[in-house]
Design a protein around this ligand. Sequence first.
Ligand SMILES: N[C@@H](CCC[C@H](N)C(=O)O)C(=O)O
Length: 268
Amino acid sequence: MAAPFHKMHGLGNDFVVIDARNDPVEMTGPRAHAIADRRTGIGCDQLILLEPSSTADVKMRIFNADGGEVEACGNATRCVATLLAKPADIETVAGILKTRPQDSSASVLLNPPAFEWELIPLAMPMDTRDMPVGWETLERPMAVNVGNPHAIFFVDDCDKVDLERLGPIIETDPLFPEKINVNVATIVDQQTIKLRVWERGVGLTLACGTGACATAVAAIRSGRVQSPVSVSLPGGELRIDWKEGGPIEMEGPATHVFTGTADWSQFG
Ligand SMILES: N[C@@H](CCC[C@H](N)C(=O)O)C(=O)O
């Protein structure tokens, strides 16, 4: 039976959003993977399933294009805020997130980041501010958990990094038992960072909201920049504001592209 979905994106990081608050949809990893396929499915970086919540306005489940269900997605949270069209608390595996839509953009407050190696998680104890590890030219990353895990490499020119080749090697390294999102960042000035991201379970994306937050937090914490920070990604810019110990505020564009219908049972 045909059911509606929304195609949305935040800076080109694109989503199929299914509102299952009134009509439940059974979602599995293989089904999400089939829907996300850009040739044989609808196509998206993440599939987002909205369900009723007993603790917030709505519950949001996040599936990467490979079908893996994950904890957080900053850009999708801002898109859902746009869809709800009012300030809302959104329940995720990473906690309840406060959101606020504004015209063509939206903001989200991510819960305070974690820096402990057990919480990233890493396979062994290590100082996450300066990890004594490296993969060819990418060395000594920082690691931050902003709801999901990120490794951040500060480099002279992030455009020169062969992220398509190194990204999957780092993502699946045994040091990261739950895999990891790989960020390569270049400091432009005291309030601007240029960023490219290899997303866990997806690959290269045009933007990653949690990656921008993790990178801004790492850069602020290590004294490389001062908050608020503008993070420039291939798909556009996000503004990140963070003070030590507090939540992370992210603001940027969130776009509704079209509404369609599909029969979910055709995807397995
Ligand atoms: N695109 C996202 C992040 C989605 C989840 C990520 N790939 C993971 O596996 O943790 C964002 O905007 O934050």
